[in-house]
Design a protein around this ligand. Sequence first.
Ligand SMILES: Nc1ncnc2c1ncn2[C@@H]1O[C@H](COP(=O)(O)OP(=O)(O)OP(=O)(O)O)[C@@H](O)[C@H]1O
Length: 595
Amino acid sequence: MKEFLFCVTYLLRLAWSLDRRRLLIGGALILLGALATPVVAVSLKHLVDAAVEARIGDAGTWAVVATAALIGELMLGHFAHLHYFELAEIVEERLNRDLLRVVNGTSALDRCDDPEFADSIDLLRQEIVQMRLTMHATVQLAAVIAQALATAVVLASLTPWYLLLPAIAVVPVVLGKRAERQLQAARERTAPLLRAARHVRVLASSPASQKEVQLCGNAEFLVARQDDLLAEYQRTTDRAQVRHAVLRGTGQLVFGLGYAASVLLAYLLARRGEATAGDIVLVIALATQTSTQMAKGLELLSGVHRSAAGLRRYLDLRDQAGHQGEQPRREMTLDRLASGIDFDHVGFAYPGSAREVLNDITLRIPAGTSVALVGENGAGKSTLIKLLNGLYRPTTGRILVDGEDLARVRPESWRARTAVLFQDFARIELSLQHSVGVGDLSEVDSATAVLAAVRRAKAEPLLDRVGHDLGTVLGGGYADGADLSGGQWQSVGFARGLLRTRPLALSLDEPGHSLDSDAEQRMLSAYQETAARVASATGGVTVYVTHRMSTVRMADLIVVLHEGTIAESGNHDELIAAGGRYADLFSLQARAYAD
Ligand SMILES: Nc1ncnc2c1ncn2[C@@H]1O[C@H](COP(=O)(O)OP(=O)(O)OP(=O)(O)O)[C@@H](O)[C@H]1O
């Protein structure tokens, strides 16, 4: 009960703080709508009594009241729904916004790839959808309670015995629930039988296994096996269905008897002169409502109760996820790189793992340098990019930007000076304008800036794809949306990265892996031009991760990573002359192309 009250008060308080007008109007409408049912019954009673006593004028008045209450019930219910549906949406939006802040806030640093964190966020999303339904349920529950109370008061005014009726109405609900549980258990018990029967059917009919089935003459055996399985399934489900029907029937019978007894009681009271003919009509109209009210009320109650645990989880997870340790406060004020970026004995293990994926990385990247990062799968290339872009902090060692330790700089202020295309780039299903524009929020609505970025990325085919309309929504799930291929999405990501014109570090993680050779060639030349422009504009460095050795020779500095350490570094000629790992990789790929 404590959890239930906590959930209801939290949601109502949140709704109150977000839109009290809607809450008040929606609440008032739904309460009035709920009270209309007892009002109709009371009006019918008076109508009948007036008719019996030949008071035609009064009868007409009560008929009007009953009709007005009925119409009111319909209309109020409709308008109330509109209000609290919107309210639930507003509540959901607020919870989602809180979540977005948690995921993208500074606290997400070090956690963006953590599977546990991702699971928590997934759970939070599910809880939020549930909260929206709970918000509906809370308002509806209030209406049902008000209606049940009004019904009980009206009936009890005849005789308190009618207060037994709600208790009797609980019986079919309890038995119905038990019947559902038993049916569900039977479904779970029979699921393996159905699965096995389906498997036998697929085996007998799929082209892959048919040859073997025919060769061994197994068809008859399989048909008989399927029949056995289906017969057992049928027997178990039939038994469960019968039990389900009996339990439900018993529940309905108990309430039916209670209902009949109520009407009989009204009749006996009327015979003794303690009730009128109208009271009998009142009982007939109202007593049957208690069953619906109890069923609906208990259903809503248990729904809200279940959600209460979810809400607690939501708040705990949100607080945990949002927990921020001490954050550095210095701003990155550099406009140009004078000296460069240094990795100073950097080691790194992902949160929750003791394994070092980068180990004692010491690397000097002078201002204006273009770096190519190569190495086998899992060597640590993407991890190094994440560290460079401030998504993680080194576990040991330091990353220095013109001598300033990044650990002392507010992560957002450093990230604002970087531009990056990740290997698992985001597919942002907004308009092309915004999908590129979010790369630099100060330019998000500038068509000129977005067009320039698309051109810098040499991604003009994208413009053809959207009919040169930057407002076209990207993604297949929208009526006028443009569904993009993997390579086209990557071009959008590239353009997004290039929207920032003055980064101090520009990183591209395997930018060619979804592109056809023509697009890759365009992308490479875009990269070279951008690297030169960034170098002259800000002295920024560019880092390029690739497995295609043919594309790395133009880099000023090539770094070969192997199992988390730097195996060798230098320019193409130096590394070829050294005859080490790079030379091996290069000649291996060159030979593969020559063959
Ligand atoms: N979020 C993570 N949590 C734990 N370990 C991770 C995580 N991401 C990557 N790793 C591990 O870190 C190591 C380096 O991965 P990384 O993605 O940096 O390699 P890579 O050189 O970019 O590989 P590839 O060429 O396949 O993209 C791998 O062993 C990988 O399994």
